[in-house]
Design a protein around this ligand. Structure first.
Ligand code: HEC
Length: 266
């Protein structure tokens, strides 16, 4: 019995080289849902409709992340007032310049083929994540594939350089299908002095559900806000790399949703 605890302690002391949340999720090459991003902050109260206000408000970036920087608390303790002000400005600049939208047809035939395109801009790098979902709810959205849609093949990822990317999808174990609803886009960078941000798109080819009806879909972008500036960089961690100043469990990540699109399947 005693050895179980010894093994557990050793396990917990190992470097977390399979986790990697800041800097993306290179090993989670699968469908994920928004609830996984528990540390991330929200910018949209409406994506938490149905949740008690105390809980929902506590997820908003202003309370979960920005106030700590403003008041130089927690990981931001010890920063000079000028630096914390500047960091706050940079973080808010990234939030203001990050957008995601989803283009989808308004109708589809039962079992018919459709294409949906997610366009994004912003984030701070080195990557952003995109999830194709059945709704825009922070705790309840599922992969679109859970609602009768079949993702026909690997999503087509166009990076900020305009080129097709397979880096994330090729990380998937050989032999497994690549028709995922979640992807990481590589090569993201933000120049906060010039106010320039990365953009790109992801296209999914889908087969519509077999049952007629009205279906909803949405896209979520996961991005970071601190590492784009030296003021927002913390320590480095083995297996993960550069951490934000707020740390591995900080709240500088964001989860931002597009509006909900409706497709009538008939
Ligand atoms: C333990 C806390 C934590 C959890 C849980 C978490 N993240 Fe994050 N994530 C972060 C932080 C902190 C950042 C922001 C880094 C920054 O501000 O630069 C981040 C940023 C990201 C980024 C952008 C990369 C970057 O460094 O800017 C992606 C993509 C991401 N997370 C995906 C996910 C996904 C998918 C999940 C669920 C499987 C998840 N995260 C769960 C803490 C977490």
């Amino acid at each position: 019995m005693k050895y179980r605890w010894v093994f557990l302690t050793i396990f917990l002391m190992l470097p977390l080289n399979i986790l990697a949340y800041p800097n993306g999720t290179p090993h989670y090459v699968t469908d994920v849902a928004p609830f996984c991003a528990a540390c991330h902050s929200s910018l949209q109260r409406e994506t938490m409709r149905g949740m008690g206000s105390g809980m929902a408000e506590g997820e908003l970036a202003v309370y979960k992340h920005l106030l700590a920087i403003k008041e130089r608390r927690e990981a931001y303790k010890g920063m000079s007032p000028e630096d914390s002000k500047k960091l706050l400005e940079y973080v808010q600049m990234i939030d203001q310049h990050t957008h995601v939208s989803l283009d989808a047809p308004s109708q589809a035939m039962v079992n018919g083929e459709v294409e949906v395109i997610a366009q994004f801009e912003g984030g701070s790098g080195p990557v952003i994540g995109l999830m194709l979902l059945d709704n825009n709810l922070r705790w309840e959205s599922r992969s679109l594939a859970a609602d009768g849609w079949l993702i026909l093949d690997a999503p087509k990822v166009i990076g900020p350089d305009g080129k097709t990317q397979m880096k994330f999808l090729d990380h998937r174990t050989k032999g497994l299908a690549k028709n995922l609803s979640y992807v990481i886009v590589d090569g993201i960078a933000a120049d906060l002095e010039k106010k320039t941000f990365s953009s790109g798109s992801v296209t999914w080819r889908l087969k519509a559900p077999r049952d007629p009806g009205t279906y909803t879909l949405a896209i979520a972008i996961l991005y970071g806000t601190e590492k784009a500036t030296v003021l927002g960089r913390g320590q480095t961690m083995e297996g993960i790399g550069q951490l934000p100043r707020g740390g591995f469990e900080g709240h500088s990540g964001r989860i931002l949703f597009s509006g909900v699109q409706t497709i009538r399947v008939h």
